[in-house]
Design a protein around this ligand. Structure first.
Ligand code: NDP
Ligand code: 2IT
Length: 446
């Protein structure tokens, strides 16, 4: 019965949202794990919670027109999907990347609902962004784009309404320009309207590091559950942005050797272990390409156009983008003896890849649990803003570590309780969904 309903809801979602394959994938992944919960809680089916949770509360799509450095007018499409507010103000990042479309923002917003629920804090789910390509743009162009984007977005957000943050292509610099324009438009310093702010003007110490650190805290707990630790293990990481950088830093601090990093042009294989200072110089300071790292690092090789999953490792952390680890990659990882895979990026593994990993007994840490440290620390930034306080780095990161431990134990206990011990994906989906669904039931039909 529950199975039939799940399948029919899924087919409805696919039919009602054509040409949005990433959104279909994210919904499929969640719905396919909920059967054991629905068998115990039929009221979720009776009250149409599944149908409601798959339909965004509000979607805003807007024109962003701006002038480049040559005086040429450019037109981009901006959007914000306010998916679910059952647990608190809408919360989630903004992505600036040429691939951005409504289906991608919807998949990210849908994931964000359950991720935010798992943190235990009071945050609803949202995502936004634009099909703007920051690559090769001057600082002045980035500023003008951010100002133009906020000139529409500001009317839809607020510290009790919707609180955006960064994601791909949106880091500290962009949050600064977005915040400045918001402040000018509303004539008020509402610190809590955006997170990921600079530490001198309302940001939380530790937010920059939080997602990458959080993934590594999470994978440490996954390993500990199997009697292992990171010390002495070999890790592969994809990406070289915010999440990858601080995942690499924390892996190294905990004694792992990190053999790779990547960007959209390819991967670096560095058998001696990634030189993080050089990687940051190339990617953060110079905003260059990963091949520039290889050119300056003896012994490192460049795998052009390739992802790092062919490099033998004990732990793999995809930290770049969606669908960057497919079934063939998963089979390679398994044949090379990987122990654990944890998702730093959102939906980096295809559904088939997850099946391969789980069938082989590899510990799998799903994105909505493993990378929740970023948004959790955004929640801590909101707490600090509301109290007009700034905690120390140690206070915030200490709290982050406790939240990640709690998310891991919640996912593990829920998996056990619903008959699939060790299945953290099922545990994360059921625990996150249940918290949201109970709040929606309490709020009545809307
Ligand atoms: P950044 O923009 O800082 O870095 C993104 C990295 O991924 C870059 O190395 C980029 O390479 C690479 N990348 C982006 N798109 C592609 C692509 N299509 N193919 C291959 N490589 C690509 O973003 P973040 O580090 O913030 O985000 C990375 C992932 O983590 C995303 O999935 C994001 O949604 C997720 N995430 C981020 C959080 C945060 O707090 N920032 C929180 C939770 C999840 P290049 O330089 O060539 O573009
Ligand atoms: O995907 C994510 O969780 C983020 N990009 C962070 C969102 C946030 O509001 O900090």
């Amino acid at each position: 019965m529950a199975d039939d309903r799940l399948e029919s809801v899924l087919q409805q979602v696919i039919a009602r949202n054509p040409a949005e394959p990433e959104f279909h994938q994210a919904v499929t992944e969640v719905l396919h794990t909920l059967q054991p919960l629905l068998a115990r809680r039929p009221e979720y089916l009776d009250q149409r919670i599944l149908e409601r949770v798959c339909e965004p509360e509000r979607q805003v799509i807007f024109r962003v027109a701006w002038q480049d450095d040559r005086g040429v007018t450019q037109v981009n499409r901006g959007m914000r999907v306010q998916f679910n507010s059952a647990l608190g103000p809408y919360k989630g990042g903004l992505r600036f990347h040429p691939s951005v479309n409504l289906g991608i923002i919807k998949f990210l917003g849908f994931e964000q609902i359950f991720k935010n629920a798992l943190t235990g804090l009071g945050m609803g789910g949202a995502k936004g962004g634009a099909d703007f390509d920051p690559k090769g743009r001057s600082d002045a162009e980035i500023m003008r784009f951010c100002q133009a984007f906020m000139t529409e977005l500001f009317r839809h957000i607020g510290d009790h309404t919707d609180v955006p943050a960064g994601d791909i292509g949106v880091g500290g610099r962009e949050v600064g320009y977005l915040f400045g324009q918001y402040k000018r438009l509303v004539n008020a310093f509402e610190a809590g309207v955006l997170t990921g702010k600079g530490i001198g003007w309302g940001g939380a110490l530790g937010r920059t590091e939080a997602t990458g650190y959080g993934v590594v805290f999470f994978v440490s707990h996954m390993l500990a559950a199997r009697g292992r630790s990171l010390d002495g293990l070999r890790a592969t990481v994809s990406g070289s942005g915010n999440v990858a950088t601080y995942a690499i830093a924390k892996l190294q601090e905990l004694g792992a050797t990190v053999l790779s990093a990547s960007d959209s042009s390819g991967s670096v294989h560095d058998p001696a272990g990634i030189d993080l200072a050089l990687l940051r110089q190339v990617k953060e300071v110079e905003r260059g390409r990963i091949s520039d790292y290889v050119a300056r690092r003896p012994g490192a090789t460049f795998l052009q156009g390739a992802r790092p999953w062919s490099i033998p490792c004990d732990v793999a952390l995809p930290c770049a983008t969606q669908n960057e680890l497919d079934a063939a990659d998963a089979r390679l990882l398994v044949s090379n003896g990987v122990l654990a895979v944890a998702e730093g990026a959102n939906m980096p593994s295809s559904l088939e890849a997850i099946e391969v990993l789980q069938a082989a007994g590899v510990a799998f840490g799903p994105a909505k649990a493993a990378n929740a440290g970023g948004v959790a620390t955004s929640g801590l930034e909101m707490q600090q803003n509301a109290a007009r306080q700034q905690w120390t780095f140690e206070q915030t990161v200490g709290q982050l570590a406790r939240i990640m431990e709690n998310i891991h134990s919640t996912c593990a206990a829920t998996a056990e309780q619903f008959g699939s011990p060790g299945n953290l994906l099922l545990g994360a989906n059921i625990a996150g969904f249940q918290r949201v669904a109970d709040a929606m039931l309490a709020h009545g039909v809307m």
